[in-house]
Write a protein that binds this ligand. Structure first.
Ligand SMILES: *[C@@H]1O[C@H](CO)[C@@H](O)[C@H](O)[C@H]1NC(C)=O
Ligand SMILES: *[C@@H]1O[C@H](CO)[C@@H](O)[C@H](O)[C@H]1NC(C)=O
Length: 259
């Protein structure tokens, strides 16, 4: 009884500094003070936290929204929300960079980090009050009006009546070995529906989507399911041709199989 009460208090204490707080009673550590300066929503976007962005090949937010000396949170939010690009996330890095994406990607090792890592003043903010990430760290905002892309548990191809079932997110390749070996990008653009339908018309058992815009078919998985799995990675990338759907990720395959 005693012990569980102590544990409970430890949990509360350790969680408080990193949780989202709006009241002035926030525990007064630097990190919370910094977070508070970023908390006000930018247009409709809501602050999510400071995320590391350690890997230039697998960015935590993938699409560049520019880098310059006039960067502000508001400008980046406009770039990521403009021209029908329905990015759910924007992030600013190193005071000057703007990044956009449909989802946060863990592929490159990006995780939520202490707010002090996002202490670079936005280069275009003359008051110096707003923070635009830090070196290899992103101040991340989310637009709650945008739904994040998703896989489809079941897809029925209207042309052939074939039912496809979503299986899992696998490595698209390892070295020279591809999990599925025939690339057939449908002329109508790559979505879950067009890819599974194309693989159905070619009488294949598997259909896979990769990197937002690649469609792969096959009858055999050229890797064992075990070696094709990487539990640390999720398929998060929106299909270029339907940003409500997930089409794998960088080097990752959203695999569908005939039911
Ligand atoms: C943030 O950076 C400012 C200088 O821009 C510095 O004075 C302050 O101590 C830094 N805060 C933290 C928590 O690192
Ligand atoms: C700087 O980048 C922001 C965001 O991409 C953009 O809105 C702004 O026009 C750019 N400014 C210059 C001078 O290029």
């Amino acid at each position: 009884m005693m012990l569980s009460k102590v544990l409970f208090e430890l949990v509360v204490i350790s969680v408080s500094p990193i949780s989202y707080r709006t009241s002035a009673s926030a525990i007064p550590i630097d990190g919370v003070g910094l977070e508070a300066r970023q908390l006000p929503p930018v247009n409709t976007w809501v602050y999510q936290g400071c995320y590391s962005d350690p890997n230039a090949d697998y960015r935590t937010l993938m699409f560049s929204g520019g880098r310059n000396d006039t960067m502000t949170l508001s400008k980046c939010s406009e770039v990521c929300g403009a021209n029908g690009k329905k990015y759910a996330f924007f992030g600013t890095e190193d005071g000057k960079e703007c990044w956009c994406d449909y989802s946060l990607r863990p592929r490159g090792g990006g995780v939520k980090v202490d707010a002090v890592k996002c202490n670079s003043t936005c280069a275009g903010d003359a008051t110096g009050n707003t923070k635009c990430g830090g070196p290899n760290a992103l101040s991340v905002y989310r637009n709650p009006l945008i739904v994040e892309p998703a896989s489809k548990p079941i897809v029925v191809d209207p042309a052939t009546g074939t039912t496809w079932k979503y299986d899992n997110c696998y490595l698209g390749f390892r070295g020279a070995v591809r999990t599925l070996d025939l690339r057939v990008d449908p002329a109508a653009g790559v979505t879950i529906e067009t890819c599974t339908s194309t693989c159905a018309s070619l009488k294949y058992t598997y259909a896979g989507l990769e990197y937002g815009h690649e469609c792969w078919c096959g009858n055999t998985l050229h890797m064992s399911v075990t070696s094709a799995q990487d539990p640390s990675v999720a398929c998060k990338q929106a299909c270029d041709d339907n940003t409500n759907e997930i089409c794998g990720d960088i080097g990752m395959l959203s695999l569908y199989m005939k039911a």
